[in-house]
Design a protein around this ligand. Structure first.
Ligand code: ADP
Length: 476
Protein backbone atom coordinates (compact mmCIF):
# COMPACT_ATOMS: atom_id res chain seq x y z
CA UNK A 1 0.00 0.00 0.00
CA UNK A 2 1.47 3.40 -0.98
CA UNK A 3 2.81 5.51 1.92
CA UNK A 4 0.48 8.31 0.89
CA UNK A 5 -2.62 6.13 1.50
CA UNK A 6 -1.18 4.65 4.68
CA UNK A 7 -0.43 8.12 6.03
CA UNK A 8 -3.93 9.32 5.19
CA UNK A 9 -5.54 6.28 6.79
CA UNK A 10 -3.53 6.64 9.98
CA UNK A 11 -4.19 10.30 10.14
CA UNK A 12 -7.94 9.85 9.58
CA UNK A 13 -8.17 6.99 12.08
CA UNK A 14 -6.43 9.11 14.70
CA UNK A 15 -8.73 12.01 14.02
CA UNK A 16 -11.79 9.69 14.18
CA UNK A 17 -10.67 8.47 17.61
CA UNK A 18 -10.15 12.04 18.83
CA UNK A 19 -13.52 13.16 17.47
CA UNK A 20 -15.24 10.14 19.02
CA UNK A 21 -13.80 10.82 22.48
CA UNK A 22 -14.53 14.53 22.16
CA UNK A 23 -18.14 13.94 21.01
CA UNK A 24 -18.71 11.44 23.79
CA UNK A 25 -17.43 13.91 26.39
CA UNK A 26 -19.51 16.82 25.06
CA UNK A 27 -22.59 14.61 24.83
CA UNK A 28 -22.34 13.16 28.33
CA UNK A 29 -21.46 16.54 29.84
CA UNK A 30 -24.49 18.18 28.27
CA UNK A 31 -26.76 15.25 29.15
CA UNK A 32 -25.70 15.38 32.79
CA UNK A 33 -26.03 19.18 32.96
CA UNK A 34 -29.55 19.16 31.50
CA UNK A 35 -30.61 16.26 33.73
CA UNK A 36 -29.26 18.10 36.76
CA UNK A 37 -31.31 21.12 35.80
CA UNK A 38 -34.48 19.01 35.54
CA UNK A 39 -33.73 17.33 38.87
CA UNK A 40 -33.18 20.69 40.53
CA UNK A 41 -36.56 21.90 39.22
CA UNK A 42 -38.54 18.85 40.29
CA UNK A 43 -36.80 18.62 43.67
CA UNK A 44 -37.51 22.28 44.45
CA UNK A 45 -41.17 21.86 43.46
CA UNK A 46 -41.50 18.83 45.74
CA UNK A 47 -39.83 20.74 48.57
CA UNK A 48 -42.30 23.60 47.96
CA UNK A 49 -45.28 21.24 48.23
CA UNK A 50 -44.01 19.72 51.47
CA UNK A 51 -43.48 23.24 52.86
CA UNK A 52 -47.05 24.19 51.88
CA UNK A 53 -48.41 21.16 53.74
CA UNK A 54 -46.47 22.14 56.82
CA UNK A 55 -47.72 25.69 56.55
CA UNK A 56 -51.36 24.69 56.31
CA UNK A 57 -51.48 21.85 58.79
CA UNK A 58 -50.90 21.61 62.48
CA UNK A 59 -49.24 18.26 63.08
CA UNK A 60 -51.21 17.59 66.26
CA UNK A 61 -54.60 18.22 64.61
CA UNK A 62 -53.64 15.94 61.75
CA UNK A 63 -52.54 13.28 64.20
CA UNK A 64 -55.79 13.46 66.14
CA UNK A 65 -58.19 13.85 63.21
CA UNK A 66 -56.26 11.63 60.82
CA UNK A 67 -57.03 14.19 58.10
CA UNK A 68 -54.93 16.91 56.62
CA UNK A 69 -55.81 19.97 54.62
CA UNK A 70 -54.59 19.67 51.09
CA UNK A 71 -53.21 22.92 49.72
CA UNK A 72 -53.87 24.10 46.18
CA UNK A 73 -50.90 23.63 43.93
CA UNK A 74 -49.84 26.41 41.58
CA UNK A 75 -47.23 25.49 39.05
CA UNK A 76 -45.85 28.22 36.85
CA UNK A 77 -43.38 26.08 34.87
CA UNK A 78 -45.17 24.71 31.81
CA UNK A 79 -43.48 21.32 31.63
CA UNK A 80 -43.69 20.54 35.36
CA UNK A 81 -46.58 18.46 36.71
CA UNK A 82 -47.32 17.84 40.38
CA UNK A 83 -49.67 15.37 41.99
CA UNK A 84 -50.27 14.34 45.57
CA UNK A 85 -51.20 10.88 46.63
CA UNK A 86 -52.60 9.93 50.00
CA UNK A 87 -51.23 7.04 51.99
CA UNK A 88 -53.71 4.77 50.23
CA UNK A 89 -52.23 5.64 46.89
CA UNK A 90 -55.15 7.66 45.55
CA UNK A 91 -54.39 10.93 43.83
CA UNK A 92 -55.88 13.61 46.02
CA UNK A 93 -54.56 16.71 44.34
CA UNK A 94 -52.89 17.60 41.05
CA UNK A 95 -51.60 20.70 39.31
CA UNK A 96 -53.92 22.38 36.88
CA UNK A 97 -51.75 21.67 33.86
CA UNK A 98 -52.34 17.90 34.36
CA UNK A 99 -56.06 18.26 33.74
CA UNK A 100 -57.57 14.79 34.06
CA UNK A 101 -54.20 13.15 33.38
CA UNK A 102 -52.48 11.25 36.13
CA UNK A 103 -48.69 11.05 36.34
CA UNK A 104 -47.77 7.38 35.78
CA UNK A 105 -45.82 7.14 39.05
CA UNK A 106 -44.29 3.77 39.90
CA UNK A 107 -45.65 1.74 42.79
CA UNK A 108 -42.20 0.82 43.97
CA UNK A 109 -41.21 4.50 44.26
CA UNK A 110 -44.50 5.28 45.98
CA UNK A 111 -43.90 2.63 48.62
CA UNK A 112 -40.29 3.71 49.08
CA UNK A 113 -41.43 7.29 49.57
CA UNK A 114 -44.01 6.25 52.12
CA UNK A 115 -41.18 4.50 53.92
CA UNK A 116 -39.29 7.83 53.92
CA UNK A 117 -37.02 7.27 50.92
CA UNK A 118 -37.45 9.72 48.04
CA UNK A 119 -36.76 8.38 44.54
CA UNK A 120 -36.06 9.87 41.12
CA UNK A 121 -36.83 7.79 38.04
CA UNK A 122 -37.95 7.92 34.45
CA UNK A 123 -41.00 6.44 32.86
CA UNK A 124 -42.22 6.07 29.33
CA UNK A 125 -45.65 4.88 30.20
CA UNK A 126 -48.42 6.34 28.08
CA UNK A 127 -45.96 7.08 25.30
CA UNK A 128 -44.44 10.11 27.05
CA UNK A 129 -40.95 10.29 28.46
CA UNK A 130 -41.17 11.79 31.93
CA UNK A 131 -38.72 12.13 34.79
CA UNK A 132 -40.46 11.84 38.13
CA UNK A 133 -39.35 12.70 41.66
CA UNK A 134 -41.36 11.00 44.31
CA UNK A 135 -40.93 12.25 47.90
CA UNK A 136 -42.69 11.71 51.23
CA UNK A 137 -44.87 14.56 52.58
CA UNK A 138 -43.48 14.71 56.07
CA UNK A 139 -44.91 17.04 58.65
CA UNK A 140 -42.69 18.65 61.23
CA UNK A 141 -43.74 15.93 63.65
CA UNK A 142 -42.10 13.37 61.41
CA UNK A 143 -45.43 11.89 60.31
CA UNK A 144 -45.67 10.96 56.64
CA UNK A 145 -49.12 11.80 55.42
CA UNK A 146 -48.73 11.15 51.72
CA UNK A 147 -46.42 11.30 48.72
CA UNK A 148 -45.76 14.16 46.34
CA UNK A 149 -44.85 13.22 42.78
CA UNK A 150 -43.32 15.89 40.58
CA UNK A 151 -42.76 15.05 36.95
CA UNK A 152 -41.09 16.90 34.13
CA UNK A 153 -41.32 15.98 30.50
CA UNK A 154 -38.00 14.79 29.09
CA UNK A 155 -39.07 15.56 25.54
CA UNK A 156 -37.23 18.88 25.41
CA UNK A 157 -34.04 17.24 26.66
CA UNK A 158 -34.49 14.30 24.27
CA UNK A 159 -34.94 16.66 21.36
CA UNK A 160 -31.86 18.66 22.36
CA UNK A 161 -29.80 15.48 22.69
CA UNK A 162 -31.12 14.16 19.37
CA UNK A 163 -30.07 17.37 17.63
CA UNK A 164 -26.72 17.26 19.38
CA UNK A 165 -26.17 13.62 18.34
CA UNK A 166 -27.02 14.44 14.76
CA UNK A 167 -24.83 17.53 14.72
CA UNK A 168 -21.91 15.64 16.23
CA UNK A 169 -22.34 12.80 13.77
CA UNK A 170 -22.65 15.02 10.71
CA UNK A 171 -19.88 17.30 11.97
CA UNK A 172 -17.55 14.37 12.64
CA UNK A 173 -18.22 12.72 9.28
CA UNK A 174 -17.75 16.00 7.45
CA UNK A 175 -14.61 16.73 9.48
CA UNK A 176 -13.21 13.28 8.79
CA UNK A 177 -13.96 13.53 5.08
CA UNK A 178 -12.33 16.93 4.89
CA UNK A 179 -9.35 15.74 6.92
CA UNK A 180 -8.97 12.62 4.75
CA UNK A 181 -9.11 14.66 1.56
CA UNK A 182 -6.82 17.34 2.95
CA UNK A 183 -4.46 14.70 4.36
CA UNK A 184 -4.37 12.82 1.06
CA UNK A 185 -3.68 16.07 -0.77
CA UNK A 186 -0.92 17.07 1.63
CA UNK A 187 0.67 13.62 1.58
CA UNK A 188 0.53 13.66 -2.19
CA UNK A 189 2.12 17.09 -2.39
CA UNK A 190 4.79 16.20 0.15
CA UNK A 191 5.63 12.93 -1.57
CA UNK A 192 5.47 14.19 -5.14
CA UNK A 193 9.25 14.88 -5.21
CA UNK A 194 9.81 11.26 -4.13
CA UNK A 195 7.77 10.15 -7.14
CA UNK A 196 9.89 12.42 -9.26
CA UNK A 197 13.06 10.83 -7.88
CA UNK A 198 11.65 7.38 -8.62
CA UNK A 199 10.71 8.40 -12.16
CA UNK A 200 14.13 9.87 -12.85
CA UNK A 201 15.90 6.85 -11.38
CA UNK A 202 13.75 4.58 -13.52
CA UNK A 203 14.47 6.59 -16.66
CA UNK A 204 18.19 6.48 -15.93
CA UNK A 205 18.03 2.75 -15.27
CA UNK A 206 16.10 2.15 -18.49
CA UNK A 207 18.19 4.55 -20.60
CA UNK A 208 21.38 3.63 -22.39
CA UNK A 209 23.13 6.85 -23.30
CA UNK A 210 25.49 8.81 -21.06
CA UNK A 211 23.12 11.80 -21.42
CA UNK A 212 20.72 9.98 -19.05
CA UNK A 213 23.35 10.30 -16.32
CA UNK A 214 23.48 14.03 -16.99
CA UNK A 215 19.92 14.44 -15.69
CA UNK A 216 19.45 16.14 -12.34
CA UNK A 217 16.48 16.49 -10.01
CA UNK A 218 15.02 19.88 -9.34
CA UNK A 219 15.38 20.74 -5.68
CA UNK A 220 12.61 22.97 -4.43
CA UNK A 221 13.13 22.80 -0.67
CA UNK A 222 16.81 22.00 -0.15
CA UNK A 223 16.53 21.77 3.64
CA UNK A 224 13.67 19.33 4.13
CA UNK A 225 13.95 15.53 4.14
CA UNK A 226 12.94 15.13 0.52
CA UNK A 227 15.20 17.99 -0.54
CA UNK A 228 18.14 16.29 1.15
CA UNK A 229 17.24 12.98 -0.50
CA UNK A 230 17.11 14.72 -3.87
CA UNK A 231 20.46 16.42 -3.39
CA UNK A 232 22.04 13.13 -2.24
CA UNK A 233 20.59 11.52 -5.34
CA UNK A 234 22.02 14.33 -7.48
CA UNK A 235 25.44 13.89 -5.87
CA UNK A 236 25.25 10.18 -6.62
CA UNK A 237 24.37 10.95 -10.24
CA UNK A 238 27.26 13.37 -10.43
CA UNK A 239 29.63 10.69 -9.22
CA UNK A 240 28.18 8.08 -11.53
CA UNK A 241 28.49 10.45 -14.46
CA UNK A 242 32.07 11.22 -13.53
CA UNK A 243 32.90 7.51 -13.22
CA UNK A 244 31.18 6.81 -16.51
CA UNK A 245 33.15 9.56 -18.24
CA UNK A 246 36.36 8.29 -16.67
CA UNK A 247 35.61 4.80 -17.89
CA UNK A 248 34.86 6.07 -21.40
CA UNK A 249 38.04 8.12 -21.43
CA UNK A 250 40.03 5.15 -20.21
CA UNK A 251 38.69 2.89 -22.96
CA UNK A 252 39.43 5.60 -25.53
CA UNK A 253 42.92 6.18 -24.10
CA UNK A 254 43.75 2.48 -23.91
CA UNK A 255 42.61 1.84 -27.51
CA UNK A 256 44.59 4.84 -28.62
CA UNK A 257 47.67 3.72 -26.68
CA UNK A 258 47.48 0.21 -28.11
CA UNK A 259 47.18 1.41 -31.67
CA UNK A 260 50.76 2.71 -31.93
CA UNK A 261 52.53 -0.44 -30.68
CA UNK A 262 50.27 -2.60 -32.82
CA UNK A 263 51.13 -0.49 -35.89
CA UNK A 264 54.82 -0.88 -35.08
CA UNK A 265 54.39 -4.63 -34.67
CA UNK A 266 52.46 -4.94 -37.92
CA UNK A 267 55.03 -2.82 -39.78
CA UNK A 268 57.91 -4.93 -38.54
CA UNK A 269 56.07 -8.16 -39.32
CA UNK A 270 55.51 -6.88 -42.85
CA UNK A 271 59.15 -5.96 -43.10
CA UNK A 272 60.20 -9.45 -42.02
CA UNK A 273 57.76 -11.08 -44.41
CA UNK A 274 59.02 -8.97 -47.29
CA UNK A 275 62.56 -10.28 -46.92
CA UNK A 276 64.08 -8.60 -43.90
CA UNK A 277 64.02 -12.00 -42.23
CA UNK A 278 66.91 -13.06 -44.46
CA UNK A 279 69.02 -10.05 -43.58
CA UNK A 280 70.53 -10.69 -40.13
CA UNK A 281 70.87 -7.01 -39.26
CA UNK A 282 67.42 -5.97 -40.40
CA UNK A 283 65.95 -9.02 -38.71
CA UNK A 284 67.59 -8.14 -35.41
CA UNK A 285 66.41 -4.54 -35.61
CA UNK A 286 62.83 -5.57 -36.41
CA UNK A 287 62.78 -8.14 -33.63
CA UNK A 288 64.25 -5.65 -31.13
CA UNK A 289 61.61 -3.05 -32.05
CA UNK A 290 58.88 -5.67 -31.72
CA UNK A 291 60.22 -6.83 -28.38
CA UNK A 292 60.32 -3.26 -27.05
CA UNK A 293 56.70 -2.70 -28.06
CA UNK A 294 55.56 -5.99 -26.54
CA UNK A 295 57.37 -5.10 -23.31
CA UNK A 296 55.78 -1.68 -23.26
CA UNK A 297 52.33 -3.16 -23.83
CA UNK A 298 52.71 -5.67 -21.04
CA UNK A 299 54.02 -2.93 -18.74
CA UNK A 300 51.06 -0.82 -19.64
CA UNK A 301 48.65 -3.67 -18.94
CA UNK A 302 50.15 -4.37 -15.51
CA UNK A 303 50.07 -0.63 -14.72
CA UNK A 304 46.43 -0.47 -15.79
CA UNK A 305 45.62 -3.50 -13.68
CA UNK A 306 47.20 -1.85 -10.67
CA UNK A 307 45.27 1.37 -11.23
CA UNK A 308 42.06 -0.64 -11.63
CA UNK A 309 42.73 -2.17 -8.23
CA UNK A 310 43.37 1.30 -6.86
CA UNK A 311 40.04 2.46 -8.29
CA UNK A 312 38.34 -0.55 -6.75
CA UNK A 313 39.56 0.73 -3.39
CA UNK A 314 42.03 -2.07 -2.62
CA UNK A 315 43.54 -1.39 0.80
CA UNK A 316 47.28 -1.70 1.24
CA UNK A 317 48.69 -3.85 4.01
CA UNK A 318 50.70 -1.32 6.00
CA UNK A 319 53.63 -2.49 8.12
CA UNK A 320 56.57 -0.58 9.56
CA UNK A 321 59.08 0.00 6.74
CA UNK A 322 62.62 1.32 7.16
CA UNK A 323 62.53 3.89 4.42
CA UNK A 324 66.29 4.60 4.52
CA UNK A 325 67.03 0.93 3.79
CA UNK A 326 64.47 0.92 1.00
CA UNK A 327 65.95 4.08 -0.53
CA UNK A 328 69.37 2.47 -0.48
CA UNK A 329 68.02 -0.49 -2.47
CA UNK A 330 66.40 1.86 -4.97
CA UNK A 331 69.65 3.80 -5.24
CA UNK A 332 71.56 0.59 -6.11
CA UNK A 333 68.99 -0.30 -8.73
CA UNK A 334 69.10 3.27 -10.08
CA UNK A 335 72.85 2.92 -10.57
CA UNK A 336 72.22 -0.11 -12.78
CA UNK A 337 69.37 1.60 -14.67
CA UNK A 338 71.39 4.78 -15.30
CA UNK A 339 74.54 2.98 -16.41
CA UNK A 340 77.09 5.49 -17.71
CA UNK A 341 74.45 7.79 -19.18
CA UNK A 342 73.47 9.65 -16.04
CA UNK A 343 75.15 10.03 -12.67
CA UNK A 344 73.07 8.93 -9.68
CA UNK A 345 73.88 10.29 -6.20
CA UNK A 346 72.62 9.48 -2.75
CA UNK A 347 72.36 12.80 -0.96
CA UNK A 348 71.46 13.46 2.65
CA UNK A 349 69.87 10.42 4.25
CA UNK A 350 68.22 10.32 7.68
CA UNK A 351 66.93 7.18 9.27
CA UNK A 352 63.18 7.00 8.98
CA UNK A 353 60.40 4.54 9.70
CA UNK A 354 57.03 4.76 8.02
CA UNK A 355 53.91 2.60 8.01
CA UNK A 356 53.72 1.29 4.50
CA UNK A 357 53.70 -1.42 1.90
CA UNK A 358 57.38 -1.95 1.09
CA UNK A 359 56.76 -3.31 -2.45
CA UNK A 360 54.50 -0.42 -3.39
CA UNK A 361 56.87 2.18 -1.91
CA UNK A 362 59.74 0.61 -3.88
CA UNK A 363 57.61 0.78 -7.02
CA UNK A 364 56.83 4.45 -6.33
CA UNK A 365 60.49 5.39 -5.87
CA UNK A 366 61.56 3.33 -8.90
CA UNK A 367 58.96 5.09 -11.06
CA UNK A 368 60.31 8.48 -9.95
CA UNK A 369 63.90 7.38 -10.49
CA UNK A 370 63.03 5.82 -13.84
CA UNK A 371 61.46 9.11 -14.99
CA UNK A 372 64.37 11.14 -13.66
CA UNK A 373 66.83 8.99 -15.63
CA UNK A 374 64.60 8.87 -18.73
CA UNK A 375 64.10 12.62 -18.92
CA UNK A 376 67.69 13.58 -18.14
CA UNK A 377 70.07 13.86 -21.08
CA UNK A 378 73.41 12.01 -20.94
CA UNK A 379 75.85 13.61 -18.51
CA UNK A 380 73.08 14.82 -16.21
CA UNK A 381 72.60 13.98 -12.57
CA UNK A 382 69.94 12.38 -10.42
CA UNK A 383 70.02 12.81 -6.64
CA UNK A 384 68.04 10.84 -4.06
CA UNK A 385 67.70 12.08 -0.51
CA UNK A 386 65.69 11.47 2.64
CA UNK A 387 65.05 13.91 5.48
CA UNK A 388 62.98 13.71 8.63
CA UNK A 389 60.63 16.61 9.33
CA UNK A 390 58.40 16.93 12.37
CA UNK A 391 55.74 14.25 11.86
CA UNK A 392 56.74 13.66 8.26
CA UNK A 393 59.37 11.95 6.19
CA UNK A 394 60.47 13.68 2.98
CA UNK A 395 62.04 11.80 0.08
CA UNK A 396 63.24 13.76 -2.93
CA UNK A 397 64.22 12.61 -6.38
CA UNK A 398 65.87 15.51 -8.19
CA UNK A 399 67.30 15.58 -11.66
CA UNK A 400 69.09 18.01 -13.96
CA UNK A 401 66.95 16.92 -16.91
CA UNK A 402 64.70 18.55 -19.45
CA UNK A 403 62.20 19.78 -16.87
CA UNK A 404 58.47 20.19 -17.31
CA UNK A 405 56.71 23.21 -18.82
CA UNK A 406 54.46 25.09 -16.35
CA UNK A 407 51.37 24.35 -18.48
CA UNK A 408 52.09 20.60 -18.27
CA UNK A 409 52.81 20.55 -14.54
CA UNK A 410 49.16 20.39 -13.33
CA UNK A 411 48.47 17.43 -15.62
CA UNK A 412 51.44 15.11 -15.29
CA UNK A 413 49.71 12.95 -12.64
CA UNK A 414 46.77 12.27 -14.96
CA UNK A 415 46.53 8.90 -16.63
CA UNK A 416 48.21 8.74 -20.07
CA UNK A 417 49.28 12.39 -19.88
CA UNK A 418 52.68 13.02 -21.33
CA UNK A 419 54.33 16.37 -21.82
CA UNK A 420 56.27 15.08 -24.78
CA UNK A 421 54.51 12.09 -26.30
CA UNK A 422 57.22 11.16 -28.76
CA UNK A 423 59.99 11.25 -26.19
CA UNK A 424 57.96 9.33 -23.62
CA UNK A 425 57.12 6.64 -26.13
CA UNK A 426 60.69 6.46 -27.39
CA UNK A 427 61.75 5.91 -23.78
CA UNK A 428 59.21 3.10 -23.36
CA UNK A 429 56.94 5.19 -21.13
CA UNK A 430 53.29 4.28 -20.67
CA UNK A 431 52.02 7.61 -19.31
CA UNK A 432 50.74 5.81 -16.22
CA UNK A 433 53.83 5.95 -13.99
CA UNK A 434 53.01 9.17 -12.14
CA UNK A 435 49.33 8.19 -11.70
CA UNK A 436 50.57 5.10 -9.89
CA UNK A 437 53.04 7.20 -7.88
CA UNK A 438 50.28 9.49 -6.76
CA UNK A 439 47.92 6.67 -5.85
CA UNK A 440 50.58 4.91 -3.75
CA UNK A 441 51.49 8.16 -1.97
CA UNK A 442 47.86 8.90 -1.14
CA UNK A 443 47.16 5.33 -0.07
CA UNK A 444 49.90 5.85 2.53
CA UNK A 445 48.30 9.05 3.80
CA UNK A 446 51.03 11.04 2.09
CA UNK A 447 51.36 13.20 -0.97
CA UNK A 448 53.63 13.99 -3.83
CA UNK A 449 54.71 17.44 -4.99
CA UNK A 450 56.78 18.58 -7.90
CA UNK A 451 58.90 21.58 -8.79
CA UNK A 452 60.38 21.93 -12.21
CA UNK A 453 62.01 24.37 -14.60
CA UNK A 454 62.22 23.54 -18.28
CA UNK A 455 65.81 22.98 -19.27
CA UNK A 456 67.06 22.93 -15.68
CA UNK A 457 65.52 19.89 -14.10
CA UNK A 458 62.74 18.60 -11.89
CA UNK A 459 62.39 17.73 -8.24
CA UNK A 460 59.73 15.31 -7.07
CA UNK A 461 59.09 15.25 -3.31
CA UNK A 462 57.28 12.48 -1.54
CA UNK A 463 55.80 13.26 1.90
CA UNK A 464 54.89 10.34 4.13
CA UNK A 465 53.61 10.43 7.73
CA UNK A 466 56.46 9.38 10.06
CA UNK A 467 55.90 6.30 12.19
CA UNK A 468 56.40 7.39 15.78
CA UNK A 469 58.05 4.25 17.31
CA UNK A 470 61.31 4.61 15.45
CA UNK A 471 61.54 8.36 15.83
CA UNK A 472 61.04 8.16 19.58
CA UNK A 473 63.50 5.26 19.92
CA UNK A 474 66.16 7.08 17.95
CA UNK A 475 65.53 10.23 19.93
CA UNK A 476 66.14 8.40 23.21
P1 ADP B 1 55.73 8.25 -18.75
O1 ADP B 1 55.56 6.81 -18.85
O2 ADP B 1 55.40 8.99 -19.99
O3 ADP B 1 57.01 8.66 -18.14
P2 ADP B 1 54.61 9.27 -16.30
O4 ADP B 1 53.25 9.24 -15.78
O5 ADP B 1 55.66 8.63 -15.48
O6 ADP B 1 54.56 8.71 -17.76
O7 ADP B 1 54.96 10.77 -16.49
C1 ADP B 1 54.09 11.65 -17.14
C2 ADP B 1 54.79 12.74 -17.87
O8 ADP B 1 55.43 13.62 -16.97
C3 ADP B 1 55.93 12.22 -18.73
O9 ADP B 1 55.45 11.84 -19.99
C4 ADP B 1 56.84 13.42 -18.79
O10 ADP B 1 56.42 14.29 -19.81
C5 ADP B 1 56.66 14.11 -17.48
N1 ADP B 1 57.72 13.77 -16.53
C6 ADP B 1 57.65 12.90 -15.51
N2 ADP B 1 58.82 12.88 -14.79
C7 ADP B 1 59.64 13.79 -15.39
C8 ADP B 1 60.94 14.26 -15.10
N3 ADP B 1 61.69 13.76 -14.08
N4 ADP B 1 61.45 15.21 -15.91
C9 ADP B 1 60.72 15.72 -16.94
N5 ADP B 1 59.47 15.32 -17.24
C10 ADP B 1 58.95 14.37 -16.48
Amino acid sequence: MPIRIRLTLWYTALLAAILFILSLSVYSFLYRALLQEIDNTIHSHADGVVALFNEENDPLTVLISGRARIPAIDVFATQVYVQIRGRDGRVVQRSANLGEFTLPGSEEAFRASLAGRPMTYETREGGRHIRIYSAPIRLSSGQIIGVVEVGQSMEGLDATLRTLRLSLLIGSIAGLLLAALGGAFLARTALRPVDEITRTARQIAAGHGPEELGRRLQIRQPNDEVGRLASTFNEMLERLEHLFQMQQRLVADVSHELRTPLTTLRGNLDLLRRGAIDDPQMREEALAAMEAEVNRMSRMLSDLLLLAQADAGVQLQLKPVELDTLLLEVYRQALVMAGDRVKVHLGHEDQALVMGDADRLRQLLLNLVDNAIKYTPPGGEVTLSLAREPGWVRVTVADTGIGIAPEDLPHIFERFYRADKARSRAMGGTGLGLSIVQWIAQAHGGQITVESRPGEGSKFTLWLPAHSTRSSSTAS
